[in-house]
Write a protein of this length. Structure first.
Lengths: 115, 110
């Protein structure tokens, strides 16, 4: 069956532009997570949704970062006025139960390069 | 959450067992040990997890010491496709955040 799908796979943005990254989780999965992975580092938590509710956004690095999941399925991570330090791979993961009570299924990420 | 310590890198000959160590000396009684791996240009992939008993599945075995301060992930017959970064993560029951750290880069050599 289909796994977690992320689009676009690659995104190049000029500094100051806004970007939107999409995540299609596995159908029926309750939990959805966004992670940011800088080059050579492990993924770092950004935010967590349980259905449409954003229960934890403690990892979002600034108020330029905004995530939503309005119908409890597809999620969008938006970054406003991109900066060079935003260059990273953005990973989305979903799981069938609430929180981390079951293993996460990750997509292959969106590589964002800010020039 | 307790933090983990892993070697930065390891090599393993193809067909041999790969034993990846992890120290988690500050682990609490309600914290699980999880292993994920990340193959180049892919998202992380769940491997296995355990609380205090040893666990085995189709991918690997997890050996947790009796005092739970360390564990070892065992890939019984490493293949070239097992080349990846392996992350040992300690997770408190009910937490929302996986802390990955930098992991161990395993290279399987032909």
């Amino acid at each position: 069956g289909a796994g977690v799908s992320q689009s676009p796979r690659y995104k190049v943005a000029k500094r100051g532009q806004d970007v939107a990254l999409r995540c299609d989780p596995i159908s029926g999965h309750v939990s959805l997570f966004w992670y940011q992975q800088a080059l050579g580092q492990g993924p770092e938590f950004l935010t967590y949704f349980q259905n449409e509710a954003q229960l934890d956004k403690s990892g979002l690095p600034s108020d330029r970062f905004f995530a939503e999941r309005p119908e409890g399925s597809v999620s969008t991570l938006k970054i406003q006025r991109t900066q060079q330090e935003d260059s990273a791979v953005y990973l989305c993961a979903s799981s069938p139960r609430a929180g981390l009570n079951s293993p996460l299924h990750f997509g292959n990420g969106t590589r964002l390069t800010v020039t | 959450d307790a933090k983990t310590t892993q070697p930065t890198s390891m090599d393993c000959a193809e067909g041999r067992a790969a034993n990846l160590p992890c120290n988690h000396s500050t682990i609490s009684g309600n914290e699980y040990v999880y292993w994920y791996r990340q193959i180049h240009s892919q998202g992380p992939q769940y491997i296995i997890h355990g609380l205090k008993n040893n666990e085995t599945n189709e991918m690997a075995s997890l050996i947790i010491t009796e005092d739970r301060k360390s564990s070892t992930l065992i890939l019984p017959h490493a293949t070239l496709r097992d080349t990846a970064v392996y992350y040992c993560i300690v997770l408190k029951d009910g937490a929302n955040n996986l802390f990955f750290g930098t992991g161990t880069r395993l290279t399987v050599i032909p």
